[in-house]
Design a protein around this ligand. Structure first.
Ligand code: ARG
Length: 563
């Protein structure tokens, strides 16, 4: 039920054509002050046509409107305020949620269209960074949101498993590495080798040439190079998969940059055919002056390809394979220029779908106000953060609910949920400083607070099982339940908005509001009493539970029944 529509209809009946129903509809808004009413119509636009002051118009119209569908119609200043019929709304919303369950709030805007989501995409032989955590959890939430809106999300882990750095790594390993050391602690050792390479290369620049040479060998399929690279990659994947398991994130495809090694010739050919490829000191570039961008470097002097070359091939491949309606790249804002170049080159190539490619950027995580840097060893070890958070959750459970059956499972869901929720609750473009104590906060506007509210609904519903329900009406009219109902009613708009803006924080903020409104209701009413309105109150609890669980689910956070 669309209540704006109801208000617009009532207004259209008395306005006799001065404005179309659609125009009226678009003007209806929520009053800033909820005490004034649930919906309001500003009369400014009518002043000219009716040659009266908006205040006078509001007065007159408010008297004329048929109030039968409303709990009140009241002019306040230049606004006509409408109070919706609480029982009618309560019954509509709660019935709908009861019937639809977790399908409430979903739509078919996407009509099954494929949306590729390039997400996570860590670089092998390096630790899984906080930036990659952001890409993973934001990408995962966006995939869930797209599915909720009727799209078919395709989650792709575009692993950074190709490029000159692997030539350098091979050189470093051959000079200073041993199989035993790599096996013992793969990423740590590979990182050590990589850092050592850069230190040594300062003194012996010829190492850089060695590195380039070995990458060229790798590109050309040299057996030794291939073997080492595959090994480094497998070891890295083992570590990354531990993180994905903890986060409970799954991918549809793990096609990284190396997958495109044999698919770049097509790009080079199109660029050549169209006369776009210019040779500049032996390197091949595409000039992008007319986009106000630096030239894109497509091929190095020795014939090696670059990050962007692989992304060009990737775009063509994804369109051919998935015929996407949208292609999303969940990557930090620092790569904004890269994605502008990518789209510009594709546009030059005549690739029309470039307009459906979107860089879903997100802000930087800093540490003590400074940028994290793998090379300088300034890193936050994500796995450790998750483990610390889980340990803290376990401690709290031990204190508050020592008899809980599946303590470890719940501690895991709460601890990991805290980290994920913390990442998602702010607008994705915002930068934030990493602070472990803040991440593992369980009170205030946090994931565990919302999870705790869900657990509360479950315990209420459990206790209600023995009670006798007298009638099935919706006699709810107090302000506390009304706040909850209005929020529940708005959930479909919220999911829609979050999809349009690719913004999981809209959902996170919403579930916090819902949890807070519900807890106020809980604190101010007796729910488990056998009276006229018991049925309505239990439906309210149930609906809140359904929507919180679904909202958390969209964010990739579990909702344990007890904690
Ligand atoms: N591996 C890259 C990095 O860590 C991110 C890849 C993003 N995806 C893409 N198609 N370029 O910086």
């Amino acid at each position: 039920m669309d209540y704006k529509e109801l208000v617009a209809g009532a207004l259209a009946n008395v306005l006799e054509g001065s404005l179309s129903k659609e125009e009226i509809y678009n003007l209806v808004e929520k009053p800033k002050n909820a005490d004034h009413g649930d919906l309001a119509f500003p009369c400014f636009t009518l002043a000219k046509a009716l040659r009266k002051s908006p205040v006078a118009i509001a007065q007159e119209l408010a008297e004329k409107i048929d109030g039968a569908d409303f709990d009140g119609v009241l002019a306040i200043g230049p606004y006509i305020n409408f109070r919706l019929n609480r029982q009618v709304v309560a019954s509509n919303v709660l019935e709908e949620i009861h019937e639809k369950g977790e399908a409430y709030g979903s739509s078919n805007i996407g009509q099954g269209g494929n949306v590729t989501i390039d997400m996570s995409s860590p670089n092998i032989a390096k630790p899984f960074s906080m930036g990659h955590l952001r890409s993973t959890v934001i990408g995962n939430a966006i995939a869930n949101l797209m599915a909720k809106a009727g799209y078919n999300p395709i989650k792709i882990n575009h692993l950074g498993d190709w490029g000159t750095q692997f030539g350098k790594l091979i050189v470093a390993y051959k000079l200073w590495g041993t199989p035993e050391e790599v096996k013992a602690d793969p990423i740590k050792e590979l990182l050590r080798l990589y850092v050592k390479f850069h230190e040594e290369a300062e003194i012996h620049p010829e190492l850089e040439d060695e590195g380039r040479l070995w990458f060229k060998k790798l590109e050309d399929g040299d057996e030794e190079a291939q073997e080492l690279w595959t090994w480094f990659k497998d070891e890295s994947m083992k570590e990354f998969n531990r993180v994905y398991d903890m986060l409970d994130v799954k991918f549809d495809h793990n096609t990284g940059e190396s997958f495109y090694n044999d698919k770049m010739q097509e790009v080079i050919d199109i660029l050549k055919d169209k006369g776009l490829l210019k040779v500049n000191r032996g390197a091949h570039i595409v000039e992008l002056d007319k986009y106000d961008l630096n030239p894109a470097l497509i091929m190095k002097t020795n014939g090696s390809t670059l990050y962007i070359t692989r992304d060009l091939a990737t775009a063509l491949y994804r369109n051919r394979t998935f015929n996407f309606v949208q292609s999303l790249y969940v990557v930090g804002s620092e790569q904004a220029n890269h994605f502008k170049q990518l789209k510009a080159v594709l546009n030059e190539m005549g690739f029309e779908k470039s307009k459906d490619m979107h860089h879903i950027e997100f802000g930087l995580i800093t540490l003590g106000g400074k940028k994290l840097s793998t090379r300088k060893g300034k890193i936050v070890l994500l796995e450790q953060v998750l483990k610390d958070s889980v340990a803290l959750a376990k401690k709290q459970i031990e204190e508050k609910n020592p008899n809980l059956e599946n303590k470890d499972e719940v501690a895991h869901q709460v601890g990991v949920g805290a980290v994920v929720f913390h990442d998602l609750k702010n607008d994705r473009r915002n930068n934030f400083d990493f602070n472990l104590e803040e991440v593992v906060q369980f009170e205030g506007e946090t994931g565990p607070y919302v999870q705790y509210t869900y657990a509360r609904t479950q315990s209420i519903l459990e206790k209600a099982k023995g009670l006798k329900i007298e009638n099935e009406t919706y006699e709810l009219s107090d302000d506390y339940s009304w706040s909850v109902i209005k929020l529940l009613e708005n959930y479909p708009n919220i999911t829609k908005l979050a999809v349009e803006k690719y913004e999981p924080s809209i959902i996170a903020k919403y579930v916090i509001n819902l949890a807070q409104a519900f807890n106020k209701y809980y604190a101010n009413s007796k729910i488990l009493v056998e009276d006229q309105a018991l049925y309505a109150r239990l439906r309210l609890v149930e609906a809140t539970a359904t929507v919180i669980k679904d909202g958390l689910g969209l964010l990739g956070v579990h909702a344990p029944k007890e904690m």
